[in-house]
Design a protein around this ligand. Structure first.
Ligand code: EPZ
Length: 419
């Protein structure tokens, strides 16, 4: 288990090219199971969740080759339809192989994903939709044993616009008999990217990015050449780190309409954001002192993204004034707040609400990240704090950020990873 050693007090700033999106890449990698021809994916990030997903593809008999940031996947040699419980427990998004394997072969056996540090993470919405589409789901000793001799298109109404459930239904519906409509679908940019990839493979999908997505099943899907979009959550992470340390940063790669709610929130702290034509690039200029004094709620896209809640909380610990954050998506996503308090922050948690009273400075401490984005939030705080911090939990951070210590160091941070 590695940890980061950070000497705070230096500004994080300069130019940074945002890497490919973890949450777009993972469902697209699962979707490669449906393509009966070679797939080439550009701009893939070198992160632990991608490596784990490639291991699953290889375990199922597919070929997967990484060269630079280009991934070549060939699932014509698919030979298995079972993924063990240990693998699924390690990474919740492996549940997306359920829809892909069933769509391709009509059979899938997967370990139950189980919960994690940010909440129970149920899959009832996935399974209820699958059963409506003709999947027989048997749960035996912690395994999901699913069969679908015929997958039929259906009108699905989601009780909650779940990202994973929307993705899994798209994967199952792509080759179903007849049409499927997903009502109250998730509208995240990662859903749009998955739909664009499936369409590049020959799927007939309409309405992605809205609450109603229609899929006309086709008999077969072919290969494709596709570029993974930039990671909007990594973009927000680096903007927060720069703002907290008083650095000016210019990010290359993020797509404008993907960050609107986050932009509105960070501008309320006094940061100035400007989209420049170079690429496009997003430039952030921080104020002399960050300010707060507003309330913020996370929610499904286009609301403020839950994945940036830990990062904006970290930033608000240094903002003059009091702010309240409501975490409406996950029931246990404040594990980073106690660790921030060990660095001198003033945060009070009441259920799903966090009240942050800004302090003038944070001090270095030994802290532990308990999940991916919480760990990143502690790194941003350590970079802004006075003195040295030890941040444990690199195994979580490496799931979603490619060598984040090198990225922050290239922007002026004094940070290194110790194994
Ligand atoms: C995806 O998780 C992302 N992960 C998460 O990012 C992100 O936080 C989340 O969407 C919300 O945007 C990936 O894309 C790999 P959900 P997912 O299904 O699909 C409840 C990160 O840090 N729910 O939209 O699991 C669930 O309990 C990760 O990169 C059900 O009740 O999110 C939660 O409260 C963390 N039943 C809410 O919906 C279900 O069947 C949102 O879950 C499914 C979900």
């Amino acid at each position: 288990m590695g940890y980061y050693i950070v000497r705070g007090g230096r500004t994080i700033g300069g130019e940074f090219a945002v890497r490919g999106s973890k949450n777009a890449a993972l469902p697209i990698l699962a979707a490669c199971i449906l393509a009966e021809d070679e797939v080439v994916l550009e701009n893939c990030p070198h992160i632990r969740d991608v490596s784990l997903t490639l291991e699953i593809l290889q375990e199922l008999g597919c070929k997967a080759e990484f060269s630079g940031r280009t991934l070549t996947i060939d699932s014509r040699s698919l030979s298995k339809t079972e993924i063990g419980r240990d693998t699924v427990r390690k990474m919740r998004s492996s549940i997306l192989f359920l829809g892909a394997l069933l769509g391709r072969t009509g059979k899938a056996v997967l370990g139950h994903p189980g919960g994690c540090a940010i909440g129970k993470r149920p899959i009832d919405l996935h399974l209820r939709a699958f059963e409506k589409m003709g999947v027989v789901v048997r749960e035996r000793d912690d395994l999901l044993d699913c069969e679908a001799p015929h997958i039929l298109g259906y009108d699905i109404y989601l009780d909650f616009p779940s990202v994973g459930a929307t993705e899994n239904i798209l994967l199952l519906a792509a080759r179903a008999e007849g049409a499927t409509v997903i009502h109250n679908a998730a509208k995240e940019p990662e859903i749009v990217a998955l739909a664009q990839f499936l369409r590049a493979c020959g799927a007939e999908i309409y309405g992605e990015g809205t609450s109603d997505i229609m899929v006309e099943g086709v008999r077969k899907l072919h290969g494709a050449y596709f570029t993974i979009p930039a990671d909007r959550i990594e973009a927000g992470t680096f903007l927060c780190a720069a703002a907290m340390t008083g650095g000016e940063i210019c990010l290359k790669g993020p797509e404008r309409e993907q960050l609107e709610a986050f932009e509105r929130a960070i501008e309320r702290t006094g940061c100035r954001l400007e989209w420049e034509s170079c690429g496009p690039c997003l430039r952030l200029r921080p104020p002399k002192r960050l300010s707060s004094g507003f309330t913020l709620a996370t929610g499904p896209f286009p609301c403020f993204p839950t994945d940036l809640q830990p990062l904006i909380m970290s930033l608000l610990t240094l903002a003059e004034g009091t702010c309240m954050i409501s975490e409406t998506v996950f029931e246990a996503r404040f594990s980073h707040s106690a660790e921030l308090c060990r660095m001198g922050a003033d945060i009070r948690i009441d259920g799903r609400n966090a009240t942050i009273c800004g302090v003038k400075r944070l001090h270095g401490a030994e802290v532990s990240g308990k999940d991916l984005r919480g760990g990143a939030a502690l790194l941003a705080a350590a970079l802004a704090a006075e003195g040295e911090s030890i941040v444990h939990g690199s195994q979580f951070v490496e799931r979603g950020y490619e060598q984040i210590e090198k990225a922050f160091a290239s922007l002026g941070g004094d940070i290194r990873l110790a194994e």
